[in-house]
Design a protein around this ligand. Structure first.
Ligand code: SAM
Length: 339
């Protein structure tokens, strides 16, 4: 097997944060229409020719992994499983190695087709999956996602566990007045199924632009609701991971909260993102991007790609400004960026 040289350099932003995690959106399309993410109709899809090919994704990812020692890649979207021949891409990316070993390859999915694809994706080298599940109520699920797919998602979670993904985590976006009455039910589900539920604070990235702060259920409220029923203690500092994690005192496992709005964790952020059309973003909430795919398609070398990456990382913000008066929503919504 080819040896990978130790990276020539870390990718470090102006605040000393070393970039280690790359989120790649592989499609802007989705088979759900979650109300907090997409409109029911009228989403404008990227023309297919504008979406990165597998070869282009692999080439860009290779620069991040081999040149800069990026350790983990998460595939997202849109819904990554709607991309045809996904296992082919997974195999290409799973083969990437830093000097310390294979890249840690994960995917975020709505889980609706996991029963069909879990085994193939696992064999192709995907290690971990996060499956989105915001409610256990079939009617509410159909309202929130605009698809009557709860049974398939629950079965998809089981399929992911059976296929050997470790860990399987559940992402639950909590919106006040919509599903905040289900925090404990979702926690119970996680305990019973042996999966870590990660509650996500609702972020101002919905395509409809309806987000208001009053709809955000903050970490303290979420943890208090759980703690009333299942006492928890906070686990040691999260490092660069986005979730604050809590351990059930009765040994029932762990639960997490991603408190982007009420307790921003930007100071430890080691993440960068590629959108499906190959735009490079150094913050989920960034208002500008660098068109990395254009560098490739205009015949640029890996050095040219690296120069563009470094120039962009040199502009990474200290943090998002959601709670400040000068917050400006990005021009793209969550499914267009890749959550
Ligand atoms: N389709 C996949 C899925 O459903 O997980 C991957 C893409 S989705 C955009 C990634 C994650 O972003 C999901 O867990 C979703 O719930 C979350 N998300 C979408 N819009 C959000 C918002 N406005 N605030 C917080 N999380 C959001």
């Amino acid at each position: 097997m080819a040896t990978v040289q130790r990276p020539a350099e870390d990718l470090v932003d102006p605040f000393g944060r070393v970039i280690k995690d790359l989120r790649i959106s592989i499609t802007d399309r989705c088979n759900f229409r979650c109300t907090y993410c997409m409109p029911e109709e009228g989403m404008r899809w990227l023309p297919r020719a504008d979406v990165m090919t597998f070869e282009e994704i692999e080439r860009l990812a290779r620069v991040f992994v081999e040149r800069y020692g990026v350790e983990s890649i998460r595939l997202t979207g849109g819904e990554p499983t709607v991309r045809a021949h996904l296992p082919v891409l997974v195999a290409k990316l799973a083969a990437l190695r830093t000097a310390d070993g294979p890249v840690d390859l994960a995917m975020t999915t709505n889980g609706a087709t996991m029963r069909l694809v879990a085994g193939t994706l696992r064999e192709a080298g995907l290690r971990r999956v996060n499956i989105s599940l915001d409610t256990l109520d079939r009617v509410k699920f159909a309202e929130m996602t605009r698809r009557d797919e709860l049974a398939n998602v629950l079965d998809g979670i089981a399929a992911a566990q059976e296929a050997g993904f470790d860990p399987v985590k559940i992402n639950a976006v909590i919106e006040r007045g919509v599903n905040d009455d289900e925090i404990v039910d979702l926690a119970t589900f996680g305990r019973e199924q042996g999966v870590e539920v990660r509650f996500i604070e609702f972020m101002p990235l919905d395509a409809d632009g309806h987000w208001v702060n009053a709809q955000v259920v903050g970490q303290d409220e979420i943890v208090a609701a759980i703690n009333d029923v299942y006492p928890v203690e906070q686990m040691p500092a999260r490092g660069a991971a986005p979730a604050d994690r809590f351990r059930y005192l009765d040994g029932g496992g762990t639960v997490g909260v991603i408190p982007t709005v009420t307790k921003p964790f930007c100071g430890d952020c080691d993440r960068v993102r590629l959108t499906a059309e190959g735009d490079f973003r150094t913050c989920l909430f960034a208002t500008s991007e660098v068109t990395l795919l254009e560098v490739l398609r205009s015949g640029g070398s890996d050095d040219d790609v690296a120069a563009a990456i470094e120039a962009a990382v040199a502009t990474k913000w200290a943090g998002h400004r959601i709670n400040q008066v000068n917050f400006v929503r990005p021009g793209k919504s969550m499914s267009q960026i890749g959550g």
